[in-house]
Every structure is written in C-alpha cells, then in structure tokens.
Design a protein around this ligand. Structure first.
Ligand SMILES: Nc1ncnc2c1ncn2[C@@H]1O[C@H](COP(=O)(O)OP(=O)(O)OP(=O)(O)O)[C@@H](O)[C@H]1O
Length: 237
C-alpha cells in the first residue's frame, strides 16, 4: 500500500478554539477517502493543512512521502469550498487559465478543456461568462478546473454541494472513474448517502477523528445501522 498523503498528530487552534486535536490521517494510492463531519467540525481546515494552505500548530504533513513542495502541487487537484473562479471571464477562459498555470501547452489545453467540459456537462456553456452561471454550474466548472492537468491526487471540499441528485450521481461516477484510472481522492461531505461511495471514511467530530474504516466495517464495528449513529454515540476509535 503506497501512502500518497498523510497528516501526523495535527493540532490547530484558531484563537482559543481548538479545531484539530491530534488528528492522524493517511490516504493510500487509488482510494476514495470521505471526510465526514458536522458543519464546523474542521474538515476544510484539515484539507487546507494537508494542502499547505493553512499552517498547523503542531504535526507533520507528508505528500508523496516527502515534505510538500511547490513541484508536488502539479500533481494535486484542489477544489475549494467556495468557487475560486474569475466571474468576468468565460468558462473556457477560466479553464485555459488554470491549465496554463499548471504548465499545459496551448494545444494540450484546448484538448483537455473539451474533455473536462464534456465530463462535467458544460460543453455547451463554455463561451458564457461565469457570472451568468448558476451555483451548480460554477461547482462543476470548479471541478473541471481541478481535473484539467490530470493530477494523481484530488482534494475536493464539498464538491457536490448545490448539485441535483442526478448530477451528484454522475459526479460520483466520475470520482470512481478517476480512482479506477489510479487517482487518489479525499472528498469532504456531510451528505451521509455519499459515504457509501467511499472506500474509507474518516469521521471528524470535535477536532478528533472518531473512527476510520470502510463504511461496512464501521457499521459492523459499532453495531449500528447508519454512520449517523456513530456520530451520535460519539465513541472513540
Ligand atoms: N481563518 C479562521 N479564523 C478563525 N476561525 C476559523 C477560521 N477558519 C475556520 N475557523 C473556524 O474553525 C472551525 C472549523 O471550520 P471549518 O471550515 O474547518 O469546518 P468545516 O467542517 O469545513 O465546516 P462546513 O462543513 O460548515 O464547511 C469553525 O468554527 C470556524 O469558524
């Protein structure tokens, strides 16, 4: 099992508020890891620390078995919780921009833009300015921006928020396909039924990982019928 990303003994406080309290997490090559937790439990903070966008107070992050560096970022696809798009530009121009900062050449960008637009069902809307996009279209465009350079590791913060059930389904089918092609994904969510699409889930509550494992194993271990019940029980690993 090759570990692609790991956080060891991570601690984080904002002012006096403890957000992460000795969090350990690791992602193995080719898995979909769901990070599940109630609103405000620290999912975004943890993802940002793993990505190097936020500093932890204590602990260590390893990306591809090394200290994270600028060069490793070309292998990452990050989708932030709030869409980081240029509203005045068209969707095509946004994708072209993100492709170019990832080092793709013009011809390759053109080809990839068509491919990713097809994947997220935005092919017919590429020439629209982003400010004319709906919330769900912006989410899908953000995802396309994260896909453009074919990274091997994805950090996706609530990628399906604001999407209707059919689109959510197709986005999860896409995650499965990325995984089948060898990518590793960490996806944050508080939608319980998305958990079943993950190979492993980590339950984050009150700054701690309460439990980690495959959804089926967690249900068996905790002798519950749903993952929600584990949160309610609040038992530790
Ligand atoms: N820059 C910051 N300064 C101060 N407090 C912060 C900052 N960023 C996050 N927090 C606080 O840290 C806690 C965890 O926030 P975080 O966004 O990581 O949670 P989350 O699990 O991703 O929540 P949600 O599901 O609602 O997005 C919250 O109480 C939030 O107010």
């Amino acid at each position: 099992m090759v570990i692609q990303l790991s956080g060891h003994h991570l601690y984080k406080k904002f002012k006096q508020q403890t957000i992460l309290n000795d969090v350990n997490i690791s992602l193995a090559s080719g898995e979909i890891y769901g990070l599940l937790g109630p609103s405000g439990s620290g999912k975004t903070t943890l993802v940002k620390i793993l990505l190097g966008l936020e500093k932890c107070d204590q602990g260590k992050v390893e990306l591809f078995n090394q200290k994270p560096s600028i060069s490793s970022f070309h292998h990452l696809g990050y989708m932030a919780q709030s869409d980081a798009l240029y509203e005045e530009l068209t969707a095509y121009e946004n994708l072209d921009f993100f492709g170019s900062i990832q080092g793709l050449r013009k011809k390759e960008r053109k080809q990839r833009i068509e491919e990713v637009a097809e994947i997220v069902h935005l092919k017919d809307h590429l020439s629209k300015k982003v400010l004319q996009y709906s919330g769900g279209m912006k989410r899908r465009l953000s995802l396309a921006c994260a896909l453009i350079h074919k990274p091997k590791l994805y950090l996706l913060d609530e990628p399906t928020v604001g999407l209707d059930p059919l689109l959510r389904q197709s986005i999860w089918d896409l995650f499965q396909k990325l995984k089948d092609d060898g990518a590793t994904l960490i996806v944050t969510t508080h939608v319980m039924d998305e958990v079943n699409r993950c190979d492993r889930v980590g339950l984050l509550k009150d700054g701690r990982i309460l439990a980690t494992g495959s959804p089926i194993d967690l249900l068996k271990t905790y002798q519950v019928n749903s993952i929600e019940e584990i949160f309610l029980k609040g038992e530790s690993d």
